[in-house]
Design a binder for this molecule. Structure first.
Ligand code: HEC
Ligand code: HEC
Ligand code: HEC
Ligand code: HEC
Ligand code: HEC
Ligand code: HEC
Ligand code: HEC
Ligand code: HEC
Ligand code: HEC
Ligand code: HEC
Length: 350
């Protein structure tokens, strides 16, 4: 693999040299001021390895001579064919079509600031960009740069070379936040396998969801309602800290992640007729289990947040230290019952 790559790259290099030779020859033949060609005086424009198509053939497709002597101080011998993006779109019709057909357009693109990201004449990158992402993007998105460099947890896909454009289109998209695909699809396309990280195994969420009889409706809104796609101060890149051990103080703040959508009454009312279905008569069993000063049972003891094979997002087993503790939950029309390592079978009736 390595040798054939090397060979290929050698052949490419020879090709490139030949190419450059012809390119230079054409440009040098283009006389303006006496014997001199444009690049005799403007070497900088063709200094980098990869020349922009038209630069390689003819400077005057874009810089149209306007009859004034060139170069003479304080005189401009050329007029640009078009200004801003119009110039670019005069040749890149496909790109223009795509951008104008898309609902979401990146601000600098909409403003026609193509040369904020692209070199016009020559570049070290085949797409003529000044630098690869994330650096290219950090130039304007310094808040995201700070978040990624300073946060306790980073999504490595965002910080690695070329990272930003694995999820975002640099120009436009039919998806919000100029994402390259529907958010849920985008995330699940990578999380369709177990990922090893620091000797830890990250669950295959795609498989988990696909095999779930019940999916959390929160997933309909994508994944970023709960996860930050770039970086976070919280484990699992969560937007808000959420206790994932077996015990935590049963305060409202501890479960803000859930209470963004669910009503706090399910946790706060000791007795209720409406706030939860998890009650025995009017006795709120969420309150009973979770709402304790120190050793409140966390939601993860009874719910699998992405999806599960059973009603109410209740999993078959729950992690208790190193033990996968079975949870024998049975739903009934007027309640349910549960037996586990925590207690023998207990039944609740509403
Ligand atoms: C694809 C269109 C295009 C082609 C082809 C092109 N240029 Fe330009 N050039 C531009 C644009 C756009 C600017 C920026 C003008 C501005 O900022 O107002 C520019 C700016 C310049 C400038 C002034 C600023 C600078 O970068 O030094 C020079 C000199 C220049 N071009 C020379 C050349 C030469 C020489 C060639 C051929 C080797 C060439 N250009 C080919 C589009 C082009
Ligand atoms: C004898 C040297 C020389 C040659 C040949 C030359 N230029 Fe220039 N050009 C200059 C100088 C000097 C300036 C003014 C300083 C600067 O902007 O670099 C200039 C400025 C420019 C500018 C910016 C100002 C303007 O006029 O719009 C463009 C664009 C440009 N040249 C394009 C070209 C193109 C295209 C050619 C070939 C068709 C060419 N030049 C040939 C020396 C030259
Ligand atoms: C006179 C026609 C013309 C103009 C004007 C023009 N381009 Fe190009 N551009 C080309 C050609 C030809 C190529 C090389 C062929 C290709 O790769 O599609 C190219 C290639 C590119 C590429 C690399 C494409 C790739 O697929 O690798 C980028 C990026 C690009 N141009 C951006 C711009 C921007 C930005 C502008 C405006 C400042 C612009 N172009 C103006 C003709 C033009
Ligand atoms: C925010 C930065 C940014 C701006 C602004 C921007 N581009 Fe790009 N452009 C990129 C990046 C990054 C790529 C490379 C995408 C890739 O590698 O998949 C690219 C790719 C391209 C290509 C190659 C197309 C392809 O599919 O490979 C063209 C042509 C192009 N841009 C033209 C333009 C034009 C015209 C404008 C202005 C209307 C513009 N760009 C504005 C960042 C930008
Ligand atoms: C020249 C400056 C500039 C560069 C470079 C730039 N952006 Fe932006 N970007 C903006 C501006 C301005 C906005 C609009 C911000 C606002 O409205 O608050 C924006 C918005 C966005 C948004 C939000 C879009 C939305 O619909 O809310 C995303 C995502 C984004 N940029 C990604 C990127 C990526 C990825 C790159 C690198 C390929 C990049 N940006 C490079 C200026 C830039
Ligand atoms: C794993 C996919 C992914 C990667 C990689 C990624 N993003 Fe995002 N980005 C998203 C999603 C999803 C959103 C929408 C989040 C939301 O709506 O809360 C987003 C939102 C944004 C926004 C808009 C922020 C706002 O508050 O509206 C910007 C700007 C942005 N991203 C820039 C970047 C930059 C710069 C990079 C590279 C450093 C990057 N993104 C890498 C998925 C990603
Ligand atoms: C290009 C592949 C790719 C995409 C797209 C992607 N991820 Fe990831 N994700 C990874 C990899 C690889 C890791 C593990 C390495 C790391 O980031 O530290 C990871 C880690 C994570 C973690 C941390 C898990 C842990 O236990 O620490 C979460 C949460 C996550 N991704 C959510 C998302 C979300 C939400 C999206 C969509 C916005 C998404 N991912 C899109 C590849 C991807
Ligand atoms: C309602 C909030 C919520 C939504 C929506 C959500 N997650 Fe999660 N995610 C969590 C919580 C909480 C955890 C950590 C505890 C757990 O796994 O139960 C987590 C953990 C993860 C992990 C790490 C699992 C591990 O084993 O380390 C990944 C990867 C992940 N989620 C990806 C996704 C993807 C992809 C989506 C969208 C399809 C998504 N999440 C939607 C709340 C959510
Ligand atoms: C983005 C909004 C959103 C967030 C955030 C959210 N949920 Fe949900 N959840 C829903 C919706 C919508 C439903 C379906 C309607 C209902 O049962 O309330 C639901 C249903 C549920 C159900 C199943 C109800 C049943 O009987 O089938 C459980 C359990 C649940 N959520 C737990 C959680 C937990 C735990 C968290 C915090 C980690 C959380 N939710 C965060 C929106 C959300
Ligand atoms: C001891 C187990 C247990 C714990 C701990 C637990 N739940 Fe539940 N939860 C249940 C059961 C069982 C149901 C199903 C009740 C029914 O419909 O019969 C349920 C139902 C739900 C529902 C559906 C609406 C309702 O209240 O009936 C939501 C939302 C919910 N739980 C959220 C949470 C959140 C958020 C946490 C953590 C703060 C949590 N649960 C902790 C067992 C638990």
């Amino acid at each position: 693999m390595k040798t054939s790559r090397k060979k290929l790259s050698k052949n490419l290099n020879i090709g490139l040299l030949l190419c450059l030779f012809f390119v230079q020859a054409t440009i040098f033949a283009q006389n303006v001021s006496g014997e001199k060609s444009c690049v005799d005086c403007h070497k900088r424009t063709v200094k980098k390895d990869i020349l922009h198509g038209p630069v390689a053939s003819d400077c005057t497709v874009c810089h149209v001579p306007n009859g004034k002597q060139h170069p003479i101080e304080d005189e401009e011998g050329f007029t640009l064919l078009e200004e801003g993006a119009k110039l670019c779109f005069s040749c890149h019709e496909e790109e223009q079509k795509t951008i104008s057909n898309n609902k979401y357009v990146h601000k600098p693109v909409a403003r026609g600031e193509c040369s904020e990201c692209h070199e016009v004449h020559s570049s070290n990158d085949s797409k003529l960009i000044f630098s690869n992402s994330p650096d290219l993007c950090y130039f304007c998105h310094d808040k995201i740069e700070t978040a990624i460099s300073k946060s306790a947890f980073t999504h490595s896909v965002a910080s690695e070379e070329g990272g930003c454009i694995t999820c975002h289109s640099p120009h436009s998209s039919s998806e919000k936040k100029i994402l390259v695909a529907k958010e849920k699809t985008l995330c699940l396309d990578c999380h369709d396998k177990t990922i090893e990280k620091d000797g830890r195994k990250i669950t295959n969420i795609n498989k988990l969801i696909a095999e779930s009889k019940v999916q959390h409706p929160a997933l309909d809104d994508g994944c970023s309602v709960c996860h930050n796609p770039h970086a976070s101060e919280n484990k699992f890149l969560l937007n808000i800290a959420y206790p994932t051990g077996n015990y935590a103080p049963g305060t409202e703040e501890n479960y803000d992640l859930c209470f963004g959508c669910h009503d706090t009454d399910l946790l706060l009312l000791e007795t209720t007729k409406y706030a939860t279905q998890f009650r025995d008569g009017e006795r709120n069993l969420h309150y009973l289990h979770v709402n304790k000063k120190q050793k409140g049972r966390t939601c993860v003891n009874c719910h699998s947040v992405h999806g599960s094979s059973r009603e109410h997002l209740i999993p078959e087993t729950v992690k208790f230290g190193g033990w996968n503790m079975p949870l024998k939950f049975k739903p009934f029309d007027d309640g349910g019952s549960c037996a586990s390592g925590c207690h023998k079978e207990e039944r609740y009736t509403r």
